[in-house]
Design a protein around this ligand. Structure first.
Ligand SMILES: *Cc1c(COP(=O)(O)O)cnc(C)c1O
Length: 570
């Protein structure tokens, strides 16, 4: 046994995620889901939880985004070398895929916490010389390829992941599936929990689903029907062979196709959405299941700028491992809080000017918008009425954008080009920059360096959202549609501002864009701009509220304590 003994003496929570975003030089994440997984692991380490994480090595990463002068996106592979950062384990496991044995090895990366604890992250890798050439690339591309590629990846993650944990000597007391990609792990657990009975009149009795349910926790992340992975049974039987009987799987994963969310739901004792509203929306999508809610959080230390860290360290020692200390935000003198913000703002503006030549300044109210470029996030809502925007914003605001579109998301790509064209139209009036290759480093610069963090999703499609929580950790004001976490964090004019009406159960109609845009302009003109320029004291009060109320709560330490008490030890 080569694995460090301290890791295998105690039963663990095994956390499975297709993507984990820990740092930019391990580019195995695409966005919110992966960053959340990374923050989860970091908090587990800080809180000394018995935890191990399993994911894929994604040797070519997600992709590096390049934009030309018109905003057209090209994707470059984000190749990286695991051997520079991780240790390979000598153990391998095999998974039989399409009738071939695919050998898989593991790279181990320990996530260290300042308290001398560490959580191992296991990266599964199929790039071994004994594998067929087409199998060697199965763990290369995160969310790349077709359905066949994807189902094979999910086999490696779920089935290969459980086998690797066994091989390395881990004992596991709970399996936590972060989204449906990992749900095949339940089939491997069913194999491990076969009942030893002789004469059965219904072969389904062999499979001890209750035992597996007691071991599993499932978190769903999207209220979009299309966001749930589904595979045809034809593809399933081609790839899985006789691994698990199809007639039993149909009872667990759906009659029509292999629905990974249903599979996870049916074999998990605890199921949750990632914000209260998202829990309700998911409950309506899946009647008959009890769906709980644990609202997401972000890792406080990771998502706080250096200058803010310095004032927190000075006045709120211990804050990073006990974010509840933010309740005492009022002890920080106004001018020191403001200076710390200005420091982060200067760094951002210098950076923006150096890469984009946008000529931004330190004084102007700066609005940030960065997230996946996809239709429902409505990155172009700010430009609904250009004339109005010009009247309100000329000389008073500057706007910084960033975000990648999924390579196959044509609409998302078009959105980026649209922002580029608005930038041209507003030249000489409102300075706008679009920064390429949105990643963690850029995200921290943005969420700490702007004054206002804008978010305009179409309700109810934002399951949680987390970048606004990062902004709150830096005293940056949220200005957002009431969806996801913001429904819970928002107090009007106190922790930030809402855009559009209060949340309703009704799916919004076609007029939603206009309703939301009107409110956006109204508040920008009559509340945000005047407060920023004319009432600095009120602005700083709101910064304190964002930190003392929102960062205080929307952090991953609180989130992990909730998972422990509600999901893991039940
Ligand atoms: C935080 C983060 C996200 C997720 O932000 P949302 O507000 O949930 O869209 C995506 N990408 C990166 C690089 C991030 O840091």
């Amino acid at each position: 046994m080569s694995f460090p003994a301290k890791h295998i003496t105690e039963p663990k929570i095994a956390y499975f995620s297709m993507e984990i975003g820990l740092r930019d030089d391990i580019p195995t994440y695409s966005g919110g889901l992966g960053i959340l997984a990374g923050d989860t692991v970091k908090s587990a380490a800080d809180l000394c939880l018995p935890f191990v994480a399993v994911t894929l090595i994604s040797r070519k990463g997600y992709f590096r985004q390049e934009l030309d002068g018109r905003g057209r996106q090209t994707e470059r592979p984000a190749e990286w070398d695991p051997s520079k950062l991780m240790t390979p384990a000598p153990e391998t496991v095999t998974v039989r895929i399409e009738g071939r044995d695919v050998h898989i090895r593991a790279w181990i990366y320990p996530v260290e916490s300042p308290r001398n604890e560490s959580v191992p992250v296991i990266y599964l890798d199929a790039d071994l010389p004994e594998n067929a050439p087409e199998d060697r690339t199965l763990t290369d591309h995160l969310y790349g390829g077709d359905d066949t590629y994807r189902i094979k990846q999910e086999m490696i993650l779920g089935i290969g992941g459980v086998r690797m944990l066994r091989k390395l000597g881990f004992q596991v007391k709970k399996y936590h599936m972060n989204e449906g990609h990992a749900a095949f792990l339940t089939l491997e657990l069913l194999h491990e929990h076969k009942r030893d009975i002789e004469a059965v009149w219904d072969e389904s009795h062999i499979w001890d689903t209750e035992a597996v349910r007691n071991l599993c926790v499932f978190t769903t992340h999207t209220p979009l029907e299309a966001g749930h992975d589904k595979f045809s049974y034809e593809l399933y039987s081609k790839v899985f062979g006789d691994y698990f009987p199809e007639n039993i799987l149909r009872r667990l994963a759906g009659e029509k196709n292999v629905n990974m969310t249903l599979l996870g739901f049916n074999l998990s004792k605890y199921v949750n959405g990632v914000a209260k509203k998202h829990g309700e929306v998911s409950q309506n999508m899946f009647p008959g299941y009890q769906i709980n809610a644990i609202t997401n959080g972000v890792h406080s230390y990771t998502w706080t700028s250096d200058s803010m860290k310095r004032v927190y360290d000075k006045y709120l020692p211990g804050w990073a491992n006990e974010p509840e200390i933010f309740v005492r935000i009022g002890v920080i003198p106004d001018n020191e809080l403001w200076d710390a913000h200005l420091d982060a703002k200067k760094k951002l503006i210098d950076y923006v000017n150096s890469v984009s030549g946008a000529g931004m300044d330190y004084e102007t109210l700066t609005i940030g918008f960065a997230r996946r470029a996809t239709a429902y996030k409505r990155a172009d809502l700010l430009f609904t009425d250009l004339k109005r925007l010009e009247e309100i914003g000329t000389g008073r605001i500057q706007v910084i954008y960033a975000g990648k579109a999924h390579p196959k998301d044509k609409e998302g790509k078009h959105l980026i080009e649209k922002i580029f064209s608005y930038r041209e139209k507003l030249k000489g009036k409102i300075r706008i920059a679009f920064l390429q290759n949105y990643n963690m480093e850029l995200a921290l610069k943005l969420v700490s360096g702007v004054d206002v963090w804008l978010n305009t999703p179409l309700r109810p499609l934002e399951a949680s959202g987390t970048s606004g929580m990062k902004a709150a950790h830096n005293g940056v004001m949220n200005f957002s549609v009431l969806d996801g976490w913001w429904i819970e964090g928002h107090i009007e004019g106190f922790t930030g501002w809402a855009i559009g009406p209060a949340p309703t159960e009704i799916v919004p109609d076609n007029n939603m864009n206009k309703t939301d845009a009107d409110d956006l302009y109204y508040k920008l003109e009559n509340m945000i701009i005047p407060t920023y320029y004319n009432d600095r004291k009120a602005w700083i009060r709101m910064m304190q509220n964002a930190i003392g109320k929102n960062a205080y709560y929307f952090n991953s330490h609180r989130m992990m304590r909730r998972y422990v008490t509600e999901a893991y030890i039940r």
